[in-house]
Design a protein. Structure first.
Length: 276
């Protein structure tokens, strides 16, 4: 397992700052956030892509993931609006092109939220149809698509490892993978091991954060309920080969200096890993 950080924690800094911090902290990778001011899909032209590749080389940090911003309006694969769904599919296709241009092997996305007024079968159909189209483009450009589950606070459609297994069967692309954000199983009262047992080689990414077990807040190690030593020990048994990215929300940094709080997270994480 290699360590990286999702750059959005430095959203009040430039993207280059995130690369320099990853180097300073000895992280192997960076997960490039596809939001402004970092690398919004429609801002990344050839010049900007070359600049981002240059930072990766300059700071000796691998771009492990491109994460187009899609957790909030206006992108939603299972929206009740056909126009919004269509625009979301196009957005993810262009995100795949950006990932290829900056040298990222995958994009990390979320399913969106169908809301309360749809039909569950139709909502699922919309999600799968959109993803099949996205994955067809992923196969053309050679970039993986990694889907994240969300808590029911965030989405009503994809919340557990079993949901991901169902999705992977419905979208049988070689470029389609699942992932685990540590907060989701903590909130959904699900064994962390479910993701590794049930997804097997389709387990493609990890987001690291502690959780209060109630909300979607991404907290500092030691400030929540997750037994990090035990969970990371379990993951080691599965020989997980990809990246684990630190993802802290404003609650995780107490709304303060991300430099200090990401450094503290890395220190605590390495202390836990040293005990395994």
């Amino acid at each position: 397992m290699k360590l990286s950080c999702l750059s959005n924690v430095y959203s009040r800094f430039s993207l280059e700052k995130a690369f320099s911090e990853a180097q300073r902290l000895g992280l192997e990778g960076i997960e490039v956030w596809g939001g402004r001011p970092h690398a919004y899909v429609y801002d990344v032209d050839e010049k900007m892509a070359a600049t981002i590749r240059g930072w990766a080389k300059q700071y000796g940090v691998e771009i492990c993931t491109y994460c187009p911003e899609n957790c909030v309006y206006p992108y939603n694969l299972c929206s009740q609006s056909e126009k919004e769904r269509s625009e979301t599919v196009q957005y993810f296709k262009e995100a795949l092109d950006v990932a290829a241009a900056i040298g990222a092997p995958m994009i990390q996305i979320t399913p969106g939220d169908p809301g309360y007024e749809g039909d569950p079968d139709e909502d699922w159909k919309h999600l799968c149809e959109g993803l099949r189209e996205v994955c067809a483009h992923a196969e053309k450009v050679g970039v993986r698509v990694v889907m994240e589950t969300l808590s029911t606070e965030e989405s009503l459609i994809l919340n557990t490892a079993d949901d991901l297994v169902r999705l992977l069967k419905a979208v049988p692309s070689p470029m389609m993978f699942g992932m685990v954000d540590f907060v989701s199983p903590a909130i959904m009262y699900e064994p962390f091991s479910n993701y590794f047992k049930k997804l097997g080689p389709k387990m493609g990414h990890i987001h690291l954060a502690d959780s209060d077990g109630k909300t979607a807040d991404h907290l500092m190690i030691g400030e929540g309920v997750i037994p990090f030593k035990q969970v990371l020990s379990m993951i080691k048994k599965y020989d997980y080969p990809y990246y684990a990215s630190i993802e802290l929300s404003p609650m995780g940094t107490h709304g303060a200096d991300p430099e200090s709080y990401v450094e503290l997270f890395v220190e605590r994480l390495r202390e836990v890993l040293s005990q395994i």
